[in-house]
Write a protein that binds this ligand. Structure first.
Ligand SMILES: [Zn+2]
Ligand SMILES: [Zn+2]
Length: 157
């Protein structure tokens, strides 16, 4: 699949109430092992990719939005609960959407891991991608204390 084909890629939630279309190629994709992603997904990890906010076009329905931390909000389907996207205050121009919600999720390959500090011990990483204990060092605009917040209220370690 050519990268250019990602422009116009579509996706949505499990029940189909919320649908979206990308009008830009995702610039970045990675795995997040933070506790909040684990709780949101009910699984060990989530995969996100990034596009400019204006290029994530909701074409059907309206995602529910809930603030999940002091600096971020998560978008999901209010009917079926599928996680669709995440926005953070320190990167207001972009949105991170869930790779698994794409109609063809194999089109986007994650290239890094973040928050491996809370990686589940039984979930082994067998790739050579860069791993970061918390955020990537080049993450712009992080608010003070964000590392603590991102671990989630129920983090045990
Ligand atoms: Zn739904
Ligand atoms: Zn996360």
């Amino acid at each position: 699949m050519e990268a250019a084909d990602l422009i116009g890629a579509t996706g949505g939630c499990l029940c189909g109430a919320v649908r979206y279309r990308l009008s830009a190629k995702p610039s970045d994709a990675g795995y997040c092992h933070c506790r909040m992603c684990q709780q949101t997904a009910g699984g060990p990890v989530m995969a996100f990719a990034t596009v400019p906010l204006s290029d994530f076009v909701v074409t059907d329905g309206e995602p529910q939005r809930r603030r999940s931390s002091a600096f971020g909000e998560r978008w999901f389907c209010g009917d079926c609960g599928s996680p669709l996207a995440m926005r953070v205050d320190h990167q207001p121009q972009t949105i991170d959407f869930t790779v698994g919600s794409l109609d063809e999720p194999g089109m986007v390959s994650p290239t890094f891991h973040i928050w491996t500090r809370s990686r589940l011990p039984w979930f082994q990483i067998h790739d050579d991608l860069p791993r970061h204990a918390t955020f990537r060092p080049q993450t712009s605009g992080l608010p003070t204390g964000s590392e603590r917040w991102a671990e989630g209220a129920s983090a045990s370690s």
